[in-house]
Design a protein around this ligand. Structure first.
Ligand code: AMP
Length: 215
């Protein structure tokens, strides 16, 4: 299966993507994670991306599309993939269509995670992520770790993403509405969009997503 996950920052895309990719036995490809890995390795791509990310802006398409394409062309993605955070605007969606068409492939579904704006800001401001594994996500009040600052799952250090501050979150939401939301109509025109509510327990949402994808 080839799936795109969309939803505002804080909808739980990363958390759901990790579970869904595991259930469906396909790789989870997150452009945000790829950028963060480049930043921590100090690559030229990371240096270029960092300023945009810190401001909550989109990294330019020239950089992003090439990076996503390289990842999708790796052998583990031959049988399918779950894209998390890509495409994030209509020109990236068009580039993805061109890429897939050239390879004789197509998308199977676009899963749209719906959540209210106030909830998003609360979720993101309290979000803490494990340095060892970005799918180990906690929240200072909703899902607090047993020991502050320590991942329950692997003992890794928990940190707050530099772009999870309230100002940057507001900017990321604006960017989502103006640049990313239009891809939902773009994919609706192709009959690919499945919308589910992203409210509730993590495993409930995963089940909802699996049911919706199976339909
Ligand atoms: P995420 O982890 O998906 O929330 O992404 C974090 C940040 O990485 C975003 O706010 C953007 O600055 C950048 N980013 C991730 N994916 C993309 C993309 N497809 N296009 C442009 N910028 C991106």
């Amino acid at each position: 299966m080839r799936i795109v996950l969309v939803g505002p920052p804080g909808a739980g895309k990363g958390t759901q993507a990790a579970f869904l990719a595991k259930n469906l036995s396909i790789p989870h490809i997150s452009t945000g994670d790829l950028f963060r890995a480049n930043i921590s390795q100090g690559t030229a791509l990371g240096v270029e991306a960092k300023g945009y990310m810190d401001r909550g802006e989109l990294v330019p398409d020239e950089v992003t599309i090439g990076m996503a394409k390289d990842r999708m062309e790796q052998s583990d993605a031959e049988g399918g993939f779950l894209l998390d955070g890509f495409p994030r605007n209509v020109s990236q969606a068009e580039a993805l269509d061109v890429m897939l068409k050239a390879a004789g492939m197509k998308l199977d579904a676009v899963l749209d995670l719906e959540v209210e704006e106030d909830e998003v800001v609360k979720r993101i401001a309290g979000r803490r992520i494990c340095r060892n594994d970005s799918s180990h996500v906690f929240h200072v009040s909703y899902a607090a770790p047993k020991t502050e600052g320590v991942c329950d799952k692997c003992g890794g250090e928990l940190y707050q993403r530099g772009d999870d501050t309230e100002d940057t979150v507001r900017n990321r939401l604006d960017v989502y509405h103006t640049q990313t939301e239009p891809i939902i109509d773009y994919y609706k025109a192709q009959g690919l969009v499945v919308t589910i509510s992203a409210l509730g327990e993590v495993n409930e949402i995963t089940q909802r997503a699996m049911d919706a994808l199976q339909k």
